[in-house]
Design a protein around this ligand. Structure first.
Ligand code: KE4
Length: 425
């Protein structure tokens, strides 16, 4: 057994499935997960000293690549003064100023420690603000492991084949209405029937937890209009897309203003973080000002704030979005080109530094389309890539991420490997 296998054997005795987050367990792609001992730039080094070009980027945060020197220096400087104070600290103010500058719809922000906390708080806030109970989400969207949102969820839940987790009381699930993404008619019918009970719609504006799905023209606008019409709260879950597809996220790209935005990942620079932000009139319903309770021992933690500030400042300075788009296109063209040569049906939705691979004839518009693809082909591509030094997310229902550190030989090398992987299917 190699080092990763030995570690995994020990881990399985101590942690359910040997992991601290299910998607890492390789359950759907098979094989033993490798353990990472170091990461730099676009590459991971495994416990067995194998180098891998990384398209997971720790599920989003590493937009500047791993172990970025500026982020590392910021953490080191903050560390000099201690790790956590439990009181307000200057970093929180700087972070809030950066977030409200980069995302204009965010007038006020509350930091927390994960994307799950951000969406959980957003749901509670929307219910407290409106006095209503029902929430609309879309099948295949994943908003973290929040009880009321683990209904037809994506990401690891879908990967393991249980999009509806055990342990959610039917009474909780009953308050969540699940619709198909891109289905405006179903949306209108639901609001016509239950509009006055609907506290909020929560949506990944570009769903990236059942592969990557892009909205039909007008769909996001329809969400905005219908929420305005019924005074329901429109929540954009930009935990993954925020600051990645544009400094202001998808809402900047599509010019649509949500009432609340859930954020995470990049704003922590790789340390635990989440944030909820939006209209001050709604946000001021949060304790200690308002009646909706929300709290966290390590919320606004100085180390995570310092890392996130450095990451955001670097994005502001570099504005790397065209470079990331170019690299996304290199990968997409390599995959589509190889599949065309082979006559293999493939869809490679790609926006900026995010892309996914579906082996299916038709464009993927919703959960049903995404789950009707040929996942065995994905698993073969995953394995070929891993054997040839490229690490894709270990699930057909995730989205791949590119960092600025991929620029140059990493992206070209990976494009060649992925094209060869398609040819080998
Ligand atoms: P966390 O609680 O994992 O920080 O964030 C939850 C979350 C919320 N919203 C969106 C759109 C998300 O994508 C996520 C988490 N993303 C997954 C990857 N698809 C995390 C990976 C994992 O669960 O290990």
């Amino acid at each position: 057994m190699n080092t990763s296998e030995k570690l995994f054997e020990r881990a399985q005795q101590l942690m359910p499935g040997g992991v601290n987050s299910p998607v890492r367990a390789f359950r759907s792609v098979g094989g033993t997960p490798f353990f990472t001992k170091r990461a730099n730039g676009a590459r991971l080094t495994t416990a067995d000293d194998k180098e891998l070009i990384d398209f997971v980027c720790t599920w989003g945060p590493a937009i500047h690549g791993h172990n970025d020197p500026d982020v590392r220096a910021a953490i080191a400087a903050a560390l000099e003064n201690g790790t956590s104070f439990g009181t307000p600290n200057p970093y929180e103010v700087e972070m809030a100023e950066l977030i409200t500058e980069l995302v204009p719809s965010v007038e006020k922000v509350r930091m927390c420690n994960s994307g799950t906390e951000a969406t959980m708080s957003a749901i509670r806030l929307a219910r407290g603000y409106t006095g209503r109970d029902k929430i609309i989400k879309f099948a295949g969207c994943y908003h973290g492991h929040v009880d009321s949102l683990l209904v037809k969820a994506g990401s690891g839940a879908l990967t393991l084949g249980n999009p509806d987790s055990a342990g959610i009381p039917a009474s909780f699930a009953a308050e969540t209405i699940v619709l198909d993404f891109n289905d405006v008619d179903a949306l209108r019918q639901t609001f016509a029937a239950q509009g006055e009970q609907i506290a909020a719609i929560i949506v990944e504006p570009y769903p990236a937890n059942c592969g990557l799905i892009l909205p039909d023209p007008g769909f996001l606008q329809a969400l905005r209009s219908i929420c305005t019409e019924h005074t329901s709260v429109l929540i954009f879950d930009e935990v993954m897309t925020g600051y990645r597809l544009a400094a202001g996220g998808v809402q900047e790209l599509v010019g649509i203003t949500p009432d609340l935005t859930a954020m995470g990942k990049i704003i922590g620079g790789g340390l635990p973080v989440g944030a909820l932000g939006g209209r001050a009139e709604i946000m001021d319903h949060l304790a200690p000002l308002g009646p909706v309770y929300q709290a966290g021992t390590l919320s606004g933690n100085p180390l995570a704030m310092a890392a996130g500030i450095a990451s955001l400042q670097k994005l502001k300075a570099l504005q790397p979005y065209e470079r990331l788009e170019k690299m996304g296109q290199i990968i997409r063209d390599a995959l589509v080109g190889a599949a065309k040569e082979k006559g293999l049906p493939i869809q490679v939705p790609q926006v900026g530094s995010m892309f996914a691979v579906f082996f299916t004839e038709h464009p993927v518009r919703n959960y049903g389309d995404a789950t009707s693809g040929e996942t065995q082909h994905f698993n073969k591509l995953f394995k070929y890539a891993l054997d040839h030094g490229v690490y894709l997310p270990p699930s057909a229902y995730e989205t791949c991420f590119i960092s600025t550190a991929h620029e140059g030989n990493a992206i070209d090398q990976a494009a060649d490997v992925l094209a060869a992987g398609i040819r080998a299917i």
